[in-house]
Write a new protein. Structure first.
Length: 155
């Protein structure tokens, strides 16, 4: 399995690149689980323990299946969440608490050219500057992606 195979799962260029880079940065056992899921299509059966600081030494079990079924995550999203939990267990604990109480998706709005025509010129310029910054970040990620896309998920 190669990183470019992960990119095939997404439609938008930005999502393809960001996910491939996130998988590349994941722990090896997480990459192996992703590889197995992509090969077989079977739900990942991976469990980890995290012990956030605010829990007074109590550890918390995170399983891919509970994230998929209880929190409506896609398998890739669940596995990458688990990787994030290893790196920032307190952030994962807060994110799960938030998901438990608020299961709605964030509101997003696609800005069209027609919408921009009716906007104040200063605001439009600020928007264009933000888009240019995002494009710079995406180009940098794309460079990283082009370096890794031919590599196997794990060595």
């Amino acid at each position: 399995m190669k990183y470019e195979d992960i990119a095939k799962l997404f439609k938008k260029r930005e999502a393809k690149i960001k996910m491939a880079v996130r998988v590349y940065q994941a722990k090896p056992f997480i990459r192996e689980a992703i590889d197995k899921w992509l090969e077989t299509g079977d739900e990942p059966c991976l469990e980890i323990y995290v012990a956030p600081q605010g829990t007074q030494g109590k550890s918390m079990l995170l399983s891919a299946q509970s994230l998929i079924h209880s929190f409506d995550m896609a398998p890739l999203e669940a596995l990458l969440f688990m990787d994030g939990a290893i790196r920032d267990d307190a952030g994962a604990y807060e994110a799960l608490n938030h998901l438990a109480y608020c299961r709605t998706k964030p509101f997003t709005l696609e800005v069209t050219e027609e919408m921009l025509r009716g906007v104040d010129p200063e605001l439009r310029e600020e928007y264009e500057n933000m888009r240019a910054e995002e494009e710079k970040k995406l180009k940098k990620l794309e460079q990283i992606y082009n370096e890794i896309k031919e590599e196997d998920l794990y060595d």
